[in-house]
Design a protein around this ligand. Structure first.
Ligand code: C5P
Length: 227
C-alpha cells in the first residue's frame, strides 16, 4: 500500500482521537491529535495568567508562541503519543475542564492557528500519518489521501465525553460537559479562520451506533477501496 496522509475531522467527542489512534496502530503510522496542541497552548496561557474570563491577552501570548515547546512523545505504557508542554507531560492536564472551557477561544486566534498548522504540516512531511482535529482536511492537509468526517448524535457525544471525564482526577458534571461541547462546537464552526466544516471530498462516517472497532473496520474498508 502506498504511504498515506489520513485526515479525521468532526465535532467534539465524536471519537476522532479514538479512531485515529486505532487506525495509526493498525497501519503502523504516526498519530497526531491536533486538538492536544491547541489545548497545550491554552494551558500555557492559563498557567501564565494570560486569560481573564473570555479575554485572552494576545499582546502577551503571541510574541511567545514560537518559544513554547509543544511536542509529542510515544508512551509505550499507554500506547499513545502524549503531549508535552515545555518539557512536561501534560496529557492529563490538557483534558481538564478549565482548559476545555478556554481552548476554543485560543483556537480562533489566527496567529495561533498559523503557528500550529505549520508545525502540523512538518509532522506530516513524510506521510504515514493519521491526524485528527477540526481543519485537517480543509486547511492542514487539503490534499490528504483520505479525509474522514466523523459524526454522532449530540446525546451520544456528551455521554462519551462524560464517561471519559469520570475516569480522570478532575471529573465534571454531565451538565458541564454538555454545555462545554455545545459551546466549543458553536465557536469552532463560526470562527473566521478555518471554521469546522466537512471538506467537500471527505467521507462522512456516522459512528453513533458503532463501537470503536466497528468504526475502525469501516474506515479500513474505505482504505482498501482507495484508488
Ligand atoms: O479535539 P479536541 O476536542 O481536544 O480539541 C479541542 C479544541 O481545539 C477544539 O474544540 C477546537 O477549538 C480546537 N481545535 C481546532 N482545530 C483543530 C483541533 C482542535 O480548532 N485542528
Amino acid at each position: 500500500m502506498r504511504d498515506l496522509i489520513i485526515a479525521i475531522d468532526g465535532f467534539s467527542s465524536t471519537g476522532k482521537s479514538t479512531l485515529a489512534k486505532l487506525l495509526a496502530k493498525e497501519l503502523g503510522y504516526l498519530h497526531i491529535d491536533s486538538g492536544a496542541m491547541y489545548r497545550a497552548i491554552s494551558l500555557y496561557a492559563l498557567e501564565n495568567g494570560m486569560i481573564h474570563g473570555e479575554e485572552i491577552n494576545e499582546a502577551e501570548l503571541l510574541p511567545q508562541l514560537e518559544f513554547i515547546d509543544v511536542h509529542f512523545e510515544w508512551n509505550p505504557e499507554t500506547g499513545r503519543n502524549e503531549i508535552y508542554l515545555n518539557g512536561e507531560n501534560v496529557e492529563e492536564k490538557v483534558r481538564e475542564m478549565e482548559v476545555s472551557s478556554k481552548v476554543s477561544l485560543i483556537a480562533k486566534i489566527p496567529e495561533v492557528r498559523a503557528h500550529l498548522v505549520e508545525l502540523q504540516r512538518k509532522l506530516g512531511k513524510n506521510k504515514r500519518i493519521v491526524m485528527d482535529g477540526r481543519d485537517i482536511g480543509t486547511t492542514v492537509f487539503p490534499d490528504a489521501d483520505l479525509k474522514i468526517f466523523l459524526n454522532a448524535s449530540a446525546e451520544e457525544r456528551a455521554k462519551r465525553r462524560y464517561e471519559e471525564m469520570l475516569k480522570t482526577d478532575h471529573p465534571a458534571s454531565f451538565e458541564e460537559v454538555v454545555a462545554n461541547i455545545n459551546e466549543r462546537d458553536r465557536i469552532d464552526s463560526t470562527r473566521e479562520v478555518s471554521p469546522l466544516r466537512k471538506a467537500d471530498d471527505a467521507v462522512l462516517v456516522d459512528n453513533g451506533r458503532l463501537t470503536p472497532q466497528e468504526t475502525l473496520q469501516e474506515v479500513l474498508e474505505i482504505i482498501q477501496n482507495l484508488p
